[in-house]
Design a protein around this ligand. Structure first.
Ligand SMILES: NC(=O)c1ccc[n+]([C@@H]2O[C@H](COP(=O)([O-])OP(=O)(O)OC[C@H]3O[C@@H](n4cnc5c(N)ncnc54)[C@H](O)[C@@H]3O)[C@@H](O)[C@H]2O)c1
Length: 245
């Protein structure tokens, strides 16, 4: 087991990549708190428990500062500590620049960027006290390369790469590492809406010629969240089939 006795919070853990992370972490010995706004998080947690893992669903929106603060306290009380924060919750509201509304801009910034700021700021005191912590955040390969129709989303994912480098500098002395993952095109409910023709075109530009499954991305989270990665901090790890070179 690679995460024995660790306690992890996974935001957006109800489905998609977050669900794969929660299942994998539980299999590797961690107790996982799944934070999501969707009730299906309860089913994800129940499935993990049915397989003998430790999981708890908590209805927490990363944009609700009180819920985030109280949620951290509740996890620390129930599981005794918090070792790992996976900032995975994220949304898209795609539109080209001139058509993008203020609302679409604000929604994506609030969840993908402010939510990450709230969760990370709230977890660090717990990690600092125990002299240990792993923070891994969902960036995206479009945060490195840019993407047509995603001004708001790309701003958040590029912002995450910068915040992560800053946290590595500020938090390393407390035994806390901060890294992010830049997934490429992954088959999840988020990407389900992409039309089939566009998906087929996209695959032609991925060197390994396939779309990722959530578990392909979850393995990267596992490494960066484990003790094995104690000398890795401030990086953005692309897991994108060779797209960002
Ligand atoms: N799927 C991809 O191709 C891809 C590529 C690069 C990066 N990512 C990033 O990976 C992460 C997971 O993406 P996914 O494809 O699994 O998406 P998804 O839509 O399948 O899952 C995202 C989860 O986040 C939850 N969420 C949304 N708003 C929330 C909030 N305010 N508070 C708590 N939870 C909230 C959703 O309910 C959902 O369960 C996202 O940050 C996404 O930007 C995905």
């Amino acid at each position: 087991m690679r995460l024995p006795n660790k306690v992890a919070i996974i935001t957006g853990g109800a489905r998609g990549i977050g669900q794969a992370i929660a299942e994998l972490f539980a299999k590797e010995g961690a107790s996982v708190a799944i934070w999501d706004v969707l009730d299906e998080g309860e089913e994800t947690a129940a499935n993990i428990r049915a397989l003998g893992g430790k999981a708890k669903f908590m209805k927490v929106s990363v944009t609700d500062l009180d819920a985030v603060t109280n949620g951290m306290k509740a996890v620390a009380e129930e599981f005794g500590k918090i070792d790992i924060l996976i900032n995975n919750a994220g949304i898209t509201r795609d539109r080209t620049l001139l058509k993008m509304s203020n609302e679409e801009w604000d929604q994506v910034i609030n969840i993908n960027l402010t939510g990450v700021f709230y969760c990370t700021r709230a977890v660090v005191p717990y990690m600092k006290e125990q002299g240990y912590g792993r923070i891994v955040t969902a960036a995206s390969n479009v945060g490195i390369r840019g993407n047509y129709g995603q001004t708001n989303y790309v701003a958040t994912k590029a912002g995450i790469i910068g915040m992560t480098k800053t946290w590595a500098l500020e938090l390393g002395k407390f035994g806390i590492t901060a890294n992010c993952i830049a997934p490429g095109y992954t088959q999840t409910p988020m990407t389900e809406l992409i039309p089939k023709e566009i998906a087929e075109q996209a695959v032609k530009h991925i060197p390994v010629r396939k779309i990722a499954e959530p578990i392909d991305i979850a393995y990267g989270y596992l490494y960066l969240a484990s003790d094995e990665a104690s000398f890795v901090s401030g990086i953005c790890l692309p897991i994108d089939g060779g797209t960002s070179r």
